[in-house]
Design a protein around this ligand. Structure first.
Ligand code: HEC
Length: 241
């Protein structure tokens, strides 16, 4: 593909625009790091272990259908909070579908063993309240359709915009034409792939690996575009012409 010659490059850009672009890229770079941290803290902990794994993705979108949040807590982190026989009674109640008829029997156990921490001030779910505890006792079906449509459109709009500007800046770099086109379009392709993979994983947990690839794809493309843009705006090799 032959393109008309464009004399404007990052290295010869007026200082005003180099400042503007640098400020934008720094803020977006910081934002991407925060996004990464956020993913690690929310999805990364979905399986109870730090670090993003395939299980985290499956739990986030497909859900942990082997049991409820409450059962997971009673057999995991909250295991030592109540005596074994109380734990057993509670787990049995959860597995029976948290019947309201037995609430009077269960409630004192929760109040005695859990209420001290899970109170109104703690910010933890108030497990001594029937509506709270029944929703925790439901089998976890992962992200709901309404959550998915919400995060999907925010993600597509937001990240689409980010890569519009990141690409526009990088477009002024001196770079192999073919690879420039590849790098500029990669984030958009992977963005669609990423969002599509959430929906696929919601229904087929086997698709979780696509989410991993999607995220890595545009992080990598972003890194190359950021590094190249910074270097060519500020290193003498490109600015001295
Ligand atoms: C010593 C204080 C303490 C006691 C007692 C306690 N919890 Fe917790 N619980 C916590 C804390 C702190 C967390 C958040 C921990 C985390 O997420 O790492 C938590 C988390 C949970 C969660 C997970 C909430 C979610 O949204 O995923 C459930 C469910 C839970 N507790 C149930 C119980 C039950 C049932 C009992 C009683 C058998 C109990 N807890 C007793 C402190 C306590």
């Amino acid at each position: 593909m032959i393109e008309p010659k464009c004399d404007l490059t990052l290295g010869t850009l007026p200082l005003t625009y180099r400042f503007l672009f640098t400020g934008f890229l720094l803020v977006i770079g910081l934002g991407l790091c925060m996004a990464g941290a956020q993913i690690m803290l929310t999805h990364g902990m979905a399986d109870g272990k730090p670090g993003l794994s395939m299980n985290d993705i499956v739990y986030s979108y497909y859900g942990n259908r082997s049991g409820s949040k409450l059962e997971a807590a009673l057999t995991g982190k909250m295991k030592d909070k109540a005596p074994a026989e109380v734990n057993f009674t509670l787990i049995k109640w959860v597995r029976d579908g948290a019947p309201v008829a037995e609430w009077d029997k269960v409630r004192p156990l929760l109040e005695k063993n859990c209420g001290t921490c899970h109170d109104a001030e703690s910010g933890l779910p108030e497990v001594t309240k029937l509506d709270v505890v029944t929703s925790l006792a439901e089998v976890d079906h992962g992200a709901s359709i309404s959550t998915l449509t919400r995060v999907s459109h925010i993600h597509l709009f937001g990240i689409g915009f980010i890569f519009m500007f990141v690409g526009a800046i990088f477009g002024l770099a001196e770079f192999n034409q073919f690879w420039k086109l590849v790098l500029i379009s990669t984030p958009f392709a992977f963005l669609v792939l990423d969002v599509a993979s959430w929906w696929l994983t919601k229904f087929w947990p086997g698709c979780a690996w696509i989410t991993m690839i999607g995220g890595m794809g545009y992080s990598l493309a972003a890194m190359v575009m950021f590094a190249t843009s910074f270097a060519q705006m500020w290193l003498p090799r490109w600015t001295k012409k």
